[in-house]
Write a protein that binds this ligand. Structure first.
Ligand SMILES: [Zn+2]
Length: 257
C-alpha cells in the first residue's frame, strides 16, 4: 500500500513491526477504563472470576479462556486516529464505548469460565454452542426475541453472542433491564436466566482459568502498513496471503468476537 494513503502517520511508524511499538495497557488511557470496568464487575457481584486483559488485533475472547483481547490501536491516540482513517469507524471510540465492548467480552469470559454453555437451561435459552460460527450472519432487524447492545443486531450472530449480549445488558450500570424489556418476554427470560445464574455463581470459583492469548500484540511481527493493507484485501486474501504467520493472518476460529 502506498504510504501516502496515510497522510497523518509518519512512515517510520507505519513500517515498524507492531510488536516493537511497545504497546501496553498499563500507563495508557486504557488503564483507568479497565480499572473502572473491574469496579463494575465488583459492584455486580462478580468477584471470583477475574478476567485477564491483553492487547491484540481486535476485540475477542479465545474460546475456553478468561482472557479479553482489546484492540492494540486503542492504546495510543495516534493509532486510534490511524485506524479511524483506514476503517472509517473505531470499535471503542470513547470511554463509554470501550466499556460497552468490555461488558460484551466479559459475557464470553463468564460463559467459558463457568462452562455455562453446558447447562441445559443455557442451551434452552440461547441454543447450542456447537452451532456453526458464521461471520457473514444475516440478522433480522428489531427482532424482539433478542436484546440490543452492540451494533449490528449482534445477538443474532450465534448463541454465544446472544448470551454475551444478554450478559452485557444485565451488567450495564444504571439500566433497569426489567423495565426496558418488559414488553419483550423472550429477551426478558434470557435476562432473568442471566440474573439467576450470576447470583448463584457469586461465591463459586470458575472452573476454567486459562489465559492463553490469541495474536498477542507482543507477537505481531508485521507492521501497521502490512496490517492495514491485508485487512483491506479482505478476509480471504488475509488468509491466503499470509499463511506462514510472518504477516497478518485471520484470528483462529476459536476466538469469539
Ligand atoms: Zn462476542
Amino acid at each position: 500500500m502506498p504510504l501516502q494513503e496515510f497522510t497523518s502517520a509518519p512512515s517510520n511508524l507505519l513500517a515498524t513491526p507492531i510488536r516493537n511499538l511497545g504497546l501496553k495497557i498499563a500507563g495508557t488511557r486504557l488503564e483507568p477504563i479497565v480499572a473502572e470496568f473491574r469496579q463494575q464487575l465488583e459492584r455486580a457481584g462478580i468477584r471470583r472470576l477475574q478476567p485477564h486483559f491483553y492487547l491484540s488485533t481486535e476485540w475477542g475472547v479465545p474460546f475456553d479462556t478468561i482472557s479479553i483481547a482489546i484492540p492494540f490501536y486503542l492504546a495510543r491516540p495516534d493509532l486510534t486516529a490511524l485506524h479511524a482513517e483506514h476503517h472509517g469507524h473505531v470499535e471503542g471510540f470513547n470511554r463509554a464505548d470501550i466499556l460497552r465492548y468490555l461488558r460484551h467480552e466479559m459475557g464470553h469470559v463468564v460463559n467459558y469460565g463457568y462452562r455455562l454453555y453446558e447447562d441445559p437451561e443455557w442451551v434452552k435459552q440461547f441454543g447450542a454452542i456447537t452451532q456453526p460460527y458464521v461471520e457473514e450472519y444475516r440478522p433480522e432487524p428489531f427482532n424482539r426475541r433478542y436484546v440490543s447492545h452492540l451494533p449490528g443486531w449482534y445477538a443474532q450472530k450465534h448463541p454465544d453472542e446472544d448470551w454475551a449480549e444478554t450478559f452485557a445488558v444485565w451488567l450495564t450500570p444504571g439500566l433497569d433491564w426489567r423495565k426496558e424489556y418488559e414488553d419483550r418476554p423472550e429477551a426478558l427470560r434470557k435476562l432473568e436466566y442471566c440474573d439467576r445464574t450470576l447470583k448463584a455463581l457469586a461465591d463459586r470459583d470458575p472452573v476454567v482459568i486459562g489465559q492463553e492469548l490469541d495474536e498477542d500484540v507482543g507477537d505481531l511481527a508485521y507492521s501497521l502498513e502490512q496490517y492495514y493493507h491485508a485487512s483491506k484485501l479482505g478476509a480471504a486474501s488475509f488468509r491466503a496471503g499470509w499463511t506462514d504467520r510472518s504477516g497478518p493472518s485471520s484470528r483462529t476460529s476459536a476466538t469469539r468476537k
